[in-house]
Design a protein around this ligand. Structure first.
Ligand SMILES: Nc1ncnc2c1ncn2[C@@H]1O[C@H](COP(=O)(O)OP(=O)(O)OP(=O)(O)O)[C@@H](O)[C@H]1O
Ligand SMILES: [Mg+2]
Length: 180
């Protein structure tokens, strides 16, 4: 995520768009094809920068969901899209005709590709948007792709007394998810 951000920072600076981030849970590891997932982030982030006029703002928030999946939301205060335009945006080679798509380069492949790559990871991309107000793109990855940095608290509590009682180290880490 950090690397993807660096990739779009210069673009954001030249367009005077501010980027804010908020990651409440640190140390989340994702089991993924790193290059491909980075492509997803860069695609979505660069769209947010591209379709947000100067003075606007982009917010990135990553959080674990109740089902154990990860949701990364990228919100902008840009030009937004209608329901119909959101549908078109997911189609290959479709660019919505507006002043900003005319002003910027693009092939209209970014989003369809991002969607496909997210789906290859068992995930999805959702968009909510309002014309003139802004857009939120949610990149979702399933629980099977997530390995948090440490053992979950409940599991730690369950494992520790057992260790103390049996006096055997390490032999009991059955429920631990495979390391990323
Ligand atoms: N954050 C956004 N705000 C407003 N419109 C958007 C946003 N993201 C995408 N769109 C619309 O959806 C269209 C398709 O997006 P997509 O990323 O596929 O193409 P692109 O950015 O124009 O070109 P490319 O990504 O291939 O360089 C865009 O041309 C734009 O009209
Ligand atoms: Mg794009």
């Amino acid at each position: 995520m950090g690397a993807s951000l660096r990739a779009v920072k210069t673009q954001a600076k030249s367009g005077s768009v501010k980027i804010l981030k908020e990651y409440p849970q640190q140390g989340i590891k994702i089991r993924c094809d790193e290059v491909r997932l980075r492509q997803v982030f860069i695609n979505v982030l660069s769209n947010a920068v591209k379709f947000t006029p100067a003075g606007g703002q982009i917010e990135i928030a990553a959080a674990l969901e109740d089902n154990g999946g990860l949701c990364i939301a990228i919100r902008d205060t840009g030009i937004g899209m209608t329901e119909h335009e959101i549908e078109a945006a997911f189609e290959k080679f479709r660019q919505i005709d507006n002043s900003m798509t005319k002003r910027f380069e693009g092939t209209g492949l970014g989003l369809p590709l991002a969607k496909q790559l997210a789906e290859l990871h068992g995930g999805a991309i959702e968009i909510s948007s309002e014309p003139g107000a802004g857009t939120e793109v949610r990149i979702k990855l399933p629980a099977a792709r997530i390995a948090s940095a440490g053992l979950p608290e409940a599991l730690k509590r369950a494992v520790h007394p057992a260790l103390a009682y049996a006096g055997k180290p390490a032999a009991s880490e059955p429920a631990r998810p495979a390391a990323a």
